[in-house]
Design a binder for this molecule. Structure first.
Ligand code: ADP
Ligand code: MG
Length: 627
């Protein structure tokens, strides 16, 4: 095209496209879900803008927030069109090729090891999945602020953009035309597309239509010259226009004869609605099946891993602030959960106000440490037609947040309570025989802990109000846990009589800690010690001071008391001279004191950290961070 401007894909994007094109991945279906999901996002955006600016939607068909799928069998083109926000020329250049998102390289890396292409949407590069089925793609787009443009690429490292002077004007929105590869011909079958929409796009909240053929019997005047058999089987494929005038063809001559008619099957086309636009969260939780929740989670989280969420909670809050919410604990942590923890505040909850999608980047709904949850909130209390900034300051958000945290922590606690293998349940006498359901819950909490334990620890650090609730969810290994996870409640139930404090030690690894001289005596005296080996544990213990009236004591720090020993005083006296000499022999700015201790068994002496100083492990962590 004469007016085309050429661009090169950003290098990572180009690599990604190569991988997709050459992929042997058999489940090519996923491209449709990604395109429909983009269409739905674009519709959400325009609907949101229209809340404060009615004009923006335009009139007539333009105002219809819908998605349309059309097939062109002859030219092997599958088109998906939306009346969403559309893309300006600049958007097309940026979003479809020249700016790589953080997920691009992460996804490329993943695909080179053991990645599943199915997860492409989670990495924010779902669009490029079209090259699983197409070798040439056109994106026609019209944004309110710009002219209509065409983006096109054969995935050969470059794309072109032209002002669109030949296609029908879209009004507003985007049409993706996929020129299907030879081996992707199945996506020209209506039945295939219907199945796919059912399977993957069930929870899209905009109507999805297919320009579908329909066989209808019509009576037409019989033509006596031709044999009837041939006529019956001759199928008339009509053009896309409905209401063919043929059926009504009667001229005066024909009418005068005794009208002879016959039945023929004609193919007509009409928009067929493929999805049932229902909001699952408005339904009664008792009537929603487990399978429906699972599917809803997959679509909401763009997580098509076939795994079930670990837990969910669907509830209605009543009172001053009314809202409905569905929360999910995903089966796996996303690849970048902790990467940008302190920089980004992105929650994964979608906010709706009276069924209208507002935003999925609303920080005020959940605290950072619960960012791993997925779900949505639909509020009846928040106002609809105000700016986002105003919404963010609305007084009811605080109440919503508080309730969401409580429900979220309850949901997590329940994973533990229902898991027969969780530390807290092991000693429970199983009064009931464990059924299939129990089997399913087995090991779920360990799985949760493995994926999201760090978030719970960050919660203890950040959320003083819920610290105790969160501490209940802590799991760790100890000198008595036998390689399994245990809990604070379990620890307390095993405490020796007379033991006042909860003992713990921090370090690099379990193996290293188990050899620690600090543990010698405690082990010998049969005290249990918690083994903390995650760098975050060191920070955690600066915030977690006590639990159920018991204080925490780092056994490598000053202040360890293991019950009274009558000989202590005598020992102190008889070694007074030695400790004095020793203290003076060591440089005084390196050491606070030299003391007789009862914490050791075989090792003659250890260096102990003062009560308020950094432990040796903390020193190590701090050093590794500043280096
Ligand atoms: P994601 O949807 O996660 O952002 P994609 O690769 O699927 O990633 O899409 C990239 C970007 O292209 C989108 O963020 C959006 O800006 C733009 N885009 C894609 N499809 C459409 C569409 N139908 N309408 C408007 N913008 C779109
Ligand atoms: Mg997408």
């Amino acid at each position: 095209r004469s007016n085309a401007e050429k661009f090169e894909f950003q290098a990572e994007v180009s690599r990604l496209m190569d991988i997709i094109i050459n992929s042997l991945y058999s489940n090519k279906d996923i491209f449709l879900r990604e395109i429909i999901s983009n269409a739905s996002d674009a519709l959400d955006k325009i609907r949101f803008l229209s809340l404060t600016d009615k004009e923006i939607l335009g009139e007539g068909d333009n105002a219809k927030l819908e998605i349309q799928i059309k097939l062109d069998k002859e030219n092997k083109i599958l088109s998906i069109r939306d009346r969403g926000i559309g893309m300006t020329k600049e958007d097309l250049i940026k979003h479809l090729g020249t700016i790589a998102k953080s997920g691009t390289s992460a996804f490329v890396e993943k695909m080179q090891t053991s990645g599943d292409l199915n997860l492409i949407g989670q990495f924010g590069v779902g669009f490029y999945s079209v090259y699983l089925v197409a070798d040439y793609v056109e994106v026609i787009s019209k944004h309110n602020d710009d002219k209509q443009y065409v983006w096109e690429s054969k995935a050969d490292g470059a794309f072109a953009i032209s002002e669109d002077t030949w296609n029908e004007p879209l009004g507003r929105g985007t049409e993706i035309k996929l020129h299907l590869r030879e081996e992707a011909a199945e996506y020209l079958e209506e039945s295939k597309l219907k199945d796919l929409v059912k399977k993957y796009s069930e929870f899209i909240s905009f109507p999805i239509y297919l320009w579908a053929s329909k066989e209808v019997d019509v009576e037409v005047p019989a033509d006596e010259d031709e044999s009837s058999e041939e006529e019956e089987s001759s199928e008339k494929s009509s053009s896309e226009e409905e209401g063919d005038e043929d059926a009504e063809k009667t001229d005066d001559e024909d009418a005068e004869k005794k009208p002879k008619t016959k039945k023929v099957t004609e193919t007509t086309y009409e928009w067929e609605l493929l999805n049932d636009v229902k909001a699952i969260w408005l339904r009664n939780p008792k009537e929603v099946t487990e399978e429906e929740y699972t599917k809803f989670y997959h679509s909401l989280a763009k997580d098509f891993s076939d795994e079930k969420p670990l837990a969910w909670s669907h509830f209605t809050a009543e009172g001053d602030v009314e809202f409905k919410a569905v929360l999910f604990v995903p089966p796996k942590a996303p690849h970048d959960l902790y990467e940008s923890y302190y920089n980004s505040n992105k929650s994964n909850l979608k906010l709706y106000v009276r069924r209208v999608f507002i935003s999925d980047e609303f920080d005020e709904l959940l605290p950072k440490y619960l960012n791993f949850l997925k779900g949505l909130v639909d509020s009846d209390t928040l106002p609809l037609n105000v700016s986002r900034e105003m919404l963010q300051q609305h007084s009811s958000l605080k109440t919503i947040k508080k309730k969401l945290i409580r429900k979220a922590l309850d949901m997590i606690r329940k994973i533990a309570e229902e898991d027969p293998e969780d530390a807290n349940n092991k000693d429970k006498k199983d009064t009931e025989k464990s059924g299939d359901e129990d089997d399913e819950k087995k090991g779920q909490y360990a799985k949760f802990w493995n994926e999201f334990g760090k978030s719970i620890k960050l919660g203890i650090i950040e959320d003083a109000t819920n610290r105790n609730r969160l501490a209940k969810l802590l799991r760790f290994e100890s000198t008595k846990s036998d390689g399994q996870l245990t809990s604070l409640d379990q620890y307390i139930s095993r405490m020796k009589s007379g033991q006042k404090d909860i003992f713990y030690i921090t370090g690099n690894s379990k193996e290293q800690l188990e050899k620690s001289p600090f543990l010698e005596r405690l082990k010998k005296k049969n005290y249990e010690v918690i083994l903390f080996t995650d760098p975050v544990d060191e920070y955690l213990m600066q915030y977690l001071m006590d639990y159920e009236d018991k204080k925490f004591q780092n056994v490598s720090k000053e202040g360890l008391k293991l019950g009274k020993d009558s000989k202590d005083k005598d020992l102190k006296e008889s070694y007074k001279e030695l400790t004095k000499w020793w203290k003076s022999a060591l440089a005084s700015d390196n050491i606070d004191d030299v003391k007789i201790s009862n914490r050791l068994d075989n090792t003659p002496c250890v260096v102990v950290t003062s009560k308020y100083g950094w432990s040796a492990n903390m020193e190590r962590i701090m050093q590794s961070q500043t280096l």
